[in-house]
Design a protein. Structure first.
Length: 186
């Protein structure tokens, strides 16, 4: 009886080993489209949901991200009639970039707004030096401009000290990195 069970298991094992075939698979191509194909909005304004490769990719340089990953001519070609301008929004969970293109595909104007951005060391050092005892609990970055140039950019930072709170507005200076505090809101 032992021999019968042993030989039947051996035959099953050999049969199973012989029936296995090696299947070679072809290489799979995977591409990432950082801008969702799903369009929302009405005819004169389109909204795209941005897919980032890593958190904060879009927020680091929204204009550069848009220029590298969005082709306005593909958008213009999809419409049956021609418009004077095309408004496009790119959204993430942290904020958005709104851009307006003319009928020639040139970027006319843009604005961007992001919340809870990582502040630079310079801003954090200035905040600590000028507002001892206060804690930053939230911030918002706002920028707008014409063409591919940012004309104005500033941070709104909410500070809390016990039950008191204040919001300060810090303008971002371009070349030398120095900051000018321009407004305080209580």
């Amino acid at each position: 009886m032992k021999n019968l069970i042993f030989y039947s298991l051996l035959i099953c094992f050999i049969a199973t080993a012989q029936s296995q075939e090696i299947t070679e698979l072809e290489e799979a191509r995977v591409t990432l489209n950082p801008i969702s194909e799903k369009l929302t909005g009405n005819v004169d304004e389109l909204t795209f949901k941005v897919k980032e490769e890593y958190t904060g990719e879009f927020m680091q340089n929204p204009l550069g991200f848009m220029m590298n990953n969005f082709n306005v001519w593909n958008l213009i070609d999809q419409f049956d009639k021609e418009y004077d301008s095309y408004r496009v929004s790119f959204r993430t969970s942290k904020g958005s970039l709104n851009a307006e293109f003319d009928d020639d595909g040139e970027l006319k104007r843009h604005n961007q707004s992001f919340r809870d951005v990582v502040l630079s060391r310079k801003i954090m050092a200035d905040l600590y030096r000028d507002h001892k005892g206060w804690a930053a609990v939230g911030n918002k970055y706002v920028a707008y401009g014409t063409g591919e140039k940012i004309d104005k950019a500033f941070y709104k930072i909410k500070l809390v000290n016990g039950n008191r709170s204040q919001t300060i507005k810090i303008e971002q200076q371009a070349a030398d990195g120095r900051l000018a505090e321009i407004e305080r809101e209580k």
